[in-house]
Each structure stands twice: as C-alpha cells, then as structure tokens.
Design a protein around this ligand. Structure first.
Ligand SMILES: *Cc1c(COP(=O)(O)O)cnc(C)c1O
Length: 400
C-alpha cells in the first residue's frame, strides 16, 4: 500500500527546489520564491488527475472532511450519513462541525449499502459521505441516484482510494466533492496532508478562504490578494515541503497501483485454494487501486482458524472485525459519548441533554460480514523471498 515504500530521488529533488528558495510557505514572499508554488501546483495536478476542476490542499484528510463540510454549510443538528466501517476520522469530522453522524450497514463491497442508506435518510439529512474503503469503490452510482433523488449532496471520503476509479471515472469525482488523505499509511503520502477536489468553483473558493483564516482570495483565486473578509475561518494550510512531496508521489501513483495489482493477483490466486474462501466484491477490477485484498471465510471460527495459521507462518491478515479503529461496535468513545467538553458537547447539547445514543448492536449485517473478513494490505514492493513466505503460509492454511 503506502507511498513511503517508494521514497526516492524524485521526492528529494522536489523538496530541494523549496529549500533552494527558503520559502516554506504557500502564500506571499513575492520574488523570493522565484515562481515556486509547490502546493498550488500539487492542487492543480491532483485535481487534473481526478478529472476535477479544482483542488484544495489542507493539513490532513480529517481537515479535508471538515473544511469541505463547513464550505457546504453543514451545521450543528444536521444529520450526516456515513458507513459503520471506516476510519474514525470520518465521523470525528462530522462531530467537529457539530453535526450528528448516522451510520449505515456495509455490504460485500465493504462499503455503504445503498438499501440501508435509503432507510436512514430523514428530513434532517444534509449530507451523505460514502467511504471508498480499502482502495476500491463504493456503490457510488446507486448512492448518487438516491442522493440526487432527495437533493442531498454527496461527499466521497476517498482517503483510502487515490488512483482508483469506477467505469473509467476517478473516485472522488462523482459527488459534490471528494476528500483525500496523504498521511503515513496512505497510497501516496506527504507526511501529513489532505486534499479536496471539486468541480464547483464557488465551493472551492469558500474552502480556499476558510482554510486560510478567511483571507480574501477573490482577487487572486487560489491565492491571497485582497484585504476584505467574507466569513470567519481557520488555519488548515499545507506547507510547501508537503506540496513538493505530493508532486513527486502523485507522479508515481499509476506505477504504485500497477505494482499493487501484480502483487494482489499473486496472493489472491493462492488464497483461492483455501476451502470456503470468497472475495470482497470489487465493482470494477480495472479501477481497483489494489491496495488491499479482502477475503471472507464461511464462518467467524473458520476465519480465526485460518488467520491463526497465517499468523504462525509469518503472514497474518488484518481482522477488521476486531480492529478498534475502523468498525462501529469497537468505537467505545463514540458509543459512550466521551468528550473533553464539560458540557458533553458534541454528544450532549449545551443544556446537557444527550443529542444522540448509539447502539453497539445497531449494524448486524456489517457485524456478520466483518467477523468473517480477513484483509491483506498489499505492498508496493514485494520481494521474491517475502512472496514465497506468504504463499507458503497460505498453502499451510489450505488444510485448516
Ligand atoms: C486516513 C483516513 C482519513 C483521515 O486522514 P488523516 O490524513 O489521517 O487525517 C479519513 N478517512 C479515512 C477513511 C481514512 O482512512
């Protein structure tokens, strides 16, 4: 999976350009920067890669979610629907803007189940956030049809799926906007960082100003210039060193995906021999970024047994059903409404009344899938020795 595997001279060269000017900052510094605008260039190239009109770089994928929601006008009390299998960041951002996260089931795509989405929409629903988990698409076309029918915007959390597409359209470009993360474990990395892509110029202009303390960017879209302010903002600015990293990593993205595909196929072919194994539904094999390989056993017991053998032989898989960062029943701080605010916000209103209660057993369909699921993170670089070790472990699991 991660872009850190392929750091090289390309990253060093881009970063050296920034160090040579001494301007580590994305705005201002006139002549001293000698025309070097790495963050701006990264935004433009990343948006173009996604087939989107505009890119807004920020400090993290979580900040990307928040900045996008603020610019879309999401407000305290609004309901925002996402899925119960995602990284905690998705709903942290929803809580951060004061809105209330509502969770859908996932299906065998390991992403949002459109049937359950329909059931969870209320007249308070102001946004839908499908997450393209583990490198492959959600049923985004069905989700868009449902959302469009109700006039609810869609934000795609594409943190885990740069380089992936569905029927030739890049993920993150279906909804009103798409967000990405470049943290330490993502497919391309800038150390820390995030991006929002959108075709909506007005939305992009709002994000641009909001993430820069509300500075007036109107006279110089994507940059500073005026002295007016239209609204209060915050600081989520990306710095030039990150933009430089992003440019070098983006240039490698297609090669990263090609390596994933080759390595994933080798592992998948071997797993097919395990009795009772089936694979995660991939809606478009061609568009899969192949950063992960998800497979199911027939029962939770079988999955545990198989993974014990894989683990004992040096090739254990991730059991996401037991992972405390990605699956709803294990989010005890969410379920328990734990907050540092003395008022209990955002789980309680300022009068102390609990705004929402989460039931740990609320997503039975997802739980039944997660218990049987095992996942390999597919490396970009897989040596012959390591591949042989993994294949041997899988072979041993065939007789589980
Ligand atoms: C990593 C991730 C994020 C958050 O990204 P950060 O850059 O770590 O803040 C958001 N959503 C999902 C699904 C992620 O995997």
């Amino acid at each position: 999976m991660p872009g850190f595997e392929v750091f090289g001279d390309e990253e060093k060269k881009e970063i050296q350009d920034v160090l040579d000017t001494g301007v580590l900052f994305r705005y201002e510094f006139g002549d001293q920067r000698k025309g070097v605008f790495k963050v701006r260039e990264f935004e433009q190239k990343f948006a173009a890669y996604c087939g989107a009109g505009h890119g807004q770089a920020v400090t993290s994928g979580t900040a990307a979610l928040k900045v996008a929601m603020i610019a879309m006008g999401i407000s305290p009390g609004d309901e925002v629907i996402t899925q119960g299998f995602t990284f905690v960041a998705t709903w942290e951002a929803i809580l951060e803007v004061g809105a209330i996260p509502v969770f859908t089931e996932v299906d065998e795509t390991l992403n949002m189940d459109p049937h359950d989405l329909e059931k969870k929409i209320t007249d308070k629903t102001k946004l839908i956030i499908p997450v393209h988990m583990l490198g492959a698409p959600a049923r985004i076309k069905e989700i868009m049809t449902i959302a469009d029918g109700k006039n609810i915007p869609v934000l795609e959390d594409t943190a885990q799926a740069p380089g992936a597409s569905l029927d030739g359209k890049v993920l993150g470009s279906f909804g009103k906007c798409g967000t990405f993360s470049f943290d330490s474990v993502k497919t391309i990395t800038t150390g820390e960082g995030g991006m929002i892509v959108t075709d909506d110029e007005e939305l992009w202009r709002k994000m641009s100003e909001y993430h820069d303390h509300g500075h007036d960017h109107a006279v110089n879209p994507g940059g500073r210039g005026g002295e007016g302010r239209s609204f209060v903002g915050f600081n989520y600015r990306m710095m030039e060193l990150q933009g430089a990293m992003g440019l070098a990593q983006l240039a490698k993205l297609d090669d990263i995906v090609a390596s994933h595909k080759k390595n994933k196929k080798a592992l998948k072919d071997a797993l097919t021999e395990i009795p009772g194994v089936s694979f995660r539904t991939i809606l478009d094999e061609k568009g899969d970024s192949a950063s992960f390989l998800g497979f199911f056993l027939e029962t939770a017991e079988a999955a545990n047994k198989v993974n014990a053998i894989l683990g004992a032989n040096g090739a254990g898989a991730i059991a996401f059903g037991a992972n405390t960062w990605h699956f709803y029943p294990a989010w005890e701080h969410l379920l328990g409404g734990k907050s540092l605010c003395t008022s209990g916000w955002p789980f309680a209103s300022h009068g102390g009344k609990r705004r929402v209660v989460y039931d740990a057993d609320g997503l039975p369909q997802s739980a039944a899938l997660m218990d049987r699921l095992l996942v390999y993170q597919v490396p970009v670089i897989l040596s012959d020795e390591r591949l042989a070790e993994m294949l041997l472990a899988i072979k041993k699991a065939v007789g589980y």
